[in-house]
Design a protein around this ligand. Structure first.
Ligand code: RIB
Ligand code: CA
Length: 307
């Protein structure tokens, strides 16, 4: 099978963690590296969480530290509900790092040396990706496409107009939208309705091994937080949609739309609208929740104990 080379760009919170697991579980994806960005928490936290998940999953690709703040505006952290500050059940002793790889250096290296053009799967604010597009135009031919979780054509989740990743750095999203690269958007319109609980996992994973238990416990921990903070019965797996749009696009119904983002400073900042221009983004419209839950359950079911 020809594998699709991908780079993940994450702001590891619980749904990014499940998206990382899902990525390495897809037989047709080859993960080249992971770039971290601020978002669900400060960069130190999202970087640490990503390294923790990578250690649990025995992921050996480069993990790099990216932007600590948006391109031009003040930083915004999520409403803690996805933040992993208290990554409750996961206390991983991380090895001290002799050298921290910067995301920009990782992108230049991986995109510079790749034979096959690479698909970027972005599940946080698009700040790192926008910097690559702006500062390294020579690398654009080596980017096959960008699949991103972000935006909403309906109600937002951080303001009533905007989704969190778009709102965190609309200038970055605007650069991506105007990059002429093939783009796929997994917005709240398709991601918000799929909720997963540990019950879904335990239907298939009858006797969890220690590695599976880490993910089951994390899902339980954040299900409890969601119940109180967002009145949700489970956790939303927003970021997994951006992964499956690359691995199995046939699961989805979508259409090309002319998308723009509001970069003003008014209350509609970060709002996504459909214009009358030429279509520039493949927007995912529908998928069966069952299929998204199934691929997530399978990714945990396939987990072996980490060596
Ligand atoms: O709005 C949801 C998005 O914001 C998800 O990617 C979540 O992880 C946060 O980054
Ligand atoms: Ca995310």
């Amino acid at each position: 099978m020809t594998k699709i080379p991908v780079i993940l760009d994450v702001d590891t919170g619980i749904d990014d963690a499940l998206a990382i697991l899902l990525t390495i579980d897809q037989p047709n994806l080859q993960l080249l590296g992971i770039a971290c960005v601020y978002g669900n928490g400060p960069i130190e936290e999202t970087y640490r969480n990503t390294r923790s998940i990578a250690k649990v999953l025995n992921i050996k690709v480069p993990i790099s530290k990216g932007s600590a703040y948006p391109m031009i505006n003040k930083i915004l952290h999520s409403r803690e509900v996805r933040s992993l500050k208290d990554f409750g059940t996961l206390k991983i002793d991380l090895d001290a790092e002799k050298h921290v790889m910067l995301a920009s250096a990782m992108y230049v290296k991986l995109l510079g040396e790749t034979i096959e053009p690479v698909t970027i799967i972005a599940t946080g604010p698009l700040t790192n990706v926008a910097h690559v597009i702006q500062n390294h135009p020579e690398l654009l031919p080596n980017i096959k496409a960008i699949s991103f979780m972000g935006g909403s054509l309906s109600v937002g989740n951080i303001t009533r107009f905007a989704e969190f990743n778009a709102y965190s750095d609309p200038e970055a999203l605007n650069i991506v939208l105007n990059s002429n690269l093939p783009l796929t958007m997994a917005g709240l319109d398709i991601t918000r309705s799929t909720l997963i609980t540990s019950k879904d996992i335990l239907k298939k994973v009858k006797t969890p091994n220690p590695t599976q238990k880490i993910f089951i416990d994390l899902i339980d921990f954040y299900t409890e937080k969601n119940k109180h903070k967002e009145n949700l019965e489970g956790i939303q797996i927003h970021d997994s949609f951006a992964v499956m749009a690359v691995s199995k696009l046939e699961m989805f119904v979508g259409e090309m739309k002319p998308i723009t983002v509001n970069i003003s400073k008014d209350e509609r900042r970060g709002e996504i609208t459909v214009t009358s221009e030429a279509p520039n983004v493949f927007v995912l419209n529908t998928v069966t929740s069952k299929s998204m839950i199934n691929v997530t359950v399978d990714s945990i079911h396939h987990l072996e104990v980490t060596p």
